[in-house]
Design a protein around this ligand. Sequence first.
Ligand SMILES: Nc1ncnc2c1ncn2[C@@H]1O[C@H](COP(=O)(O)OP(=O)(O)OP(=O)(O)O)[C@@H](O)[C@H]1O
Length: 898
Amino acid sequence: MTQLDRVEEVLHSLTRDHPLGVTAQETADRLGLNRSTVSRYLNTLTRQGRAVKKPGRPVCYLPAIRRPLRDEPSIIHPEEPVPEEEFPSVAGGSLGPILQEAMAAVMYPPNGLPLLLHGETGVGKSHLAQTLFRLACKQGRLTSDAPRISFNCAEYAHNPDLLMGQLFGVKKGAYTGASSDRPGLVERAAGGMLFLDEIHRLPPAGQEMLFHLMDRGRYRRLGETEAERTVSLILIGATTEDPKSALLPTLLRRFAVRLALPPLRERTSEERESLLRLFLHRESKAMGTALSITPECRRAFLTYECPGNTGQLKSDIQTACARAFLRRLHRREEEVTLLREDLPDTAAAALREYQTPEETKPGPNSYPSPEISRPSNLYETLIRRERELDERGFSPYEKIRQLQEELARETEKPYKPWKEEDRLIDDSLMKLIRETIAETTPPLQGQAAPHLLAALGLHLQALIKGDRSPDHPPLPLADKLPSASRQAACLLADRVKKRFSITLSDGEVDLIALLLSPRNSAPAFGEEAPVSVLVAAHGESAARSMAEVANALLGEERVHSVDMPLTHPPDAAFKRIREKVSGVNRGSGVLMLTDIGSLTTIGEAVSRETGIPIETLSDVSLSMVIDAGRKSLLPGRSLASLTEAVRRSSRPEKEKEQGLPDSHRVIATVCLTGEGAALTLENWIRERILPAHPDVRVRSVSLEPGNSPSPLLEHLADRYRLVAVIGTVAPQLNGIPFIPAWELLQPEGPARLERLLETTRPDPSPEEETPQPIQVGEITSLAEAGLSETAVHLNPRLFCRIMEEAMTEERPFLSLDPDRELGLWIHLGLQIDQILQERITGENHIRETPSGKIKEGDSRHREAWYRILDRLSERLSFVFPPEIAAELACLSHTPQNC
Ligand SMILES: Nc1ncnc2c1ncn2[C@@H]1O[C@H](COP(=O)(O)OP(=O)(O)OP(=O)(O)O)[C@@H](O)[C@H]1O
């Protein structure tokens, strides 16, 4: 067992008695080690996701509930059976009871009861209808060849005659264009199931015909006057609207069973977990290859906000898989791995919230196409195209660019909420927006993306419904927006005024222009324009090729270049750089990457002459160019900070070539060959000791027989802080402790090395020395951040939202100090997570809590906790074990009470 594992084990055992967390000192006391060593181990465990550092003072640690991430296979193989395809009916799942009620309606003798499903888009109404049909066939309620007809009433909503004709059939001549007798869907669904989606789009006459059918089982084709036809079918209607306001009361009454499907945000984490598993399995099958997902992607999919509900979750998972598949094709890897860079923006945002700005950089391959509705043969198409491009001799970069385009084309259909903007947004308003944009010169084609139009439509609709335009001040940067966008915005404002009698304020017009501006064409509101990156290098095409590769990887023309053939005189180079800098500068200056340091002076001279701020970094390499391009994408980067960031990250690369930074501590492992024992020792130390000492490096070194001095060891001792030499042969090296290999491998060996590392450690981090009490207002975000790091099944955001509401009312009864309250939130969140985990896996871990020691506590506290748990129970469909309220009441007290 490694030292790190021991610390983790002790953490687990200590927190049984201290469920709010333990300090580094307490852990160190138990282990008999010194506090700062243990503190580093605890930080390492936290970094590895095996412990949670509880925000607040004193800093406490809790073991993370990590079983699912470790135990559950993170690799899915295509040959594995796809998990439960039906509605997840796991314990606590909110859809289980709905499915049961719906089934009861379908099975009701003799013909089933009409069923109305309502809920937001993507919650699974159509899916439930399909499931019901399958189950009805399975249970013999319908025959195996019974028809299942699905019809979306929105499709023909603009033409009521056609719509009703589709549904009930027509008699020749019933309306202009009805040239022959035609049966309708009602007839075709006889003996089976008719699913009417968006049923509220049926015109009133259609709704009346429908309730007649529901009442009597009779109907007439459109235009028929003779005797009615009879039909027996199971009718299921669905709507995203509130049925009470969207349907005629007479029709609504005929739906004996009305079921609301909850949005994804109100469902339990178990359901989300099983949906994730299901969709990943399906993708793995579709790709025909193993699929693995990193814990952070998994966390993102389990927690991000998904306004399009299950439909969006599915579509986002498909998008991510398609991107990962593309990368695998390109890199010829064995399996497909979902990485953070594959996540659609919406899901990645869930991770980004907890990161430093540096970490939020977009990946090098931010593929296009935000959301997709993937055709089933997408993966085959990509493989085929890749082969074709290979055969045609395309370069790897060109190939990936082409494939990205292919992916974008295949997946360009955005997810439903936007596709159906006509339903969400008034038809005439959408039409007005489209027409206006089409008329601008030059046309704003790029901006006519459906999601953008829909966003604009929704925005305007809200203004129109509210009957006024808020009085924004004009945007400070409005005059820098492209003229086509401004022209479109003014025209649109004019037309909105005429059509809807509402005057848009100047600020509003600016906002619309901004919305219609191409990405990056203008600084966003309150944002600086990005710094431009220019590569200047000697040779015919060195600069251009580096810029091309970087741009291909970045997916946009981010890096500019100037080639300076050696035959050109120096003043020609100056002129070309000056012209280029003036052309590419967008107001925030230029970072120039050059091949030789002397070009720095050209940068300075150009800057003096043009007034454009220029920073120069020399020794340009391809990775530096890519890095600079990528970092320049980050909003809010100043020239100085970009330069510093690129300088910093290009440093290690050079250092790798030459060795290590001088300040690094080094352990040398030695043997006669430098490859046998030395390598084994190196790996052993790397694994067991180094995780807690990230600044230490290990180097294996060979020693000459006969104990002659080793130049490499001397170099290491000279250049770095050589902490110890460990090996099978003692070297001749004064002043450096030598630990024989056998000694290190004894039980006390690691402790000796630890001590050495302790005494040679540079200054401790100031982090732990500046305790800052936390404020009540910080609890929600800190708890959410803490739980997001560790909780696997719990949706931290939903949990914290409910807790926040509950605590606002209960705080006066509990009067906890903020630190303690935060601890209790995390404690409770992790408890729920653990119980959910047990439910999902069926494992039953004995919860070791201090419950045995719980005193009765204050009844006022207990009552308050009961009320909080009730709220959580209701919203999370979760039943708490009875002892939790008492435990929390006890923990709410000062420690002496418990
Ligand atoms: N429980 C589920 N299990 C598996 N897939 C599901 C589930 N619920 C929904 N889906 C999938 O999510 C997508 C959207 O679901 P569905 O079309 O049924 O939603 P909806 O409520 O009918 O949406 P809309 O109102 O926009 O028509 C579908 O591809 C569906 O297969």
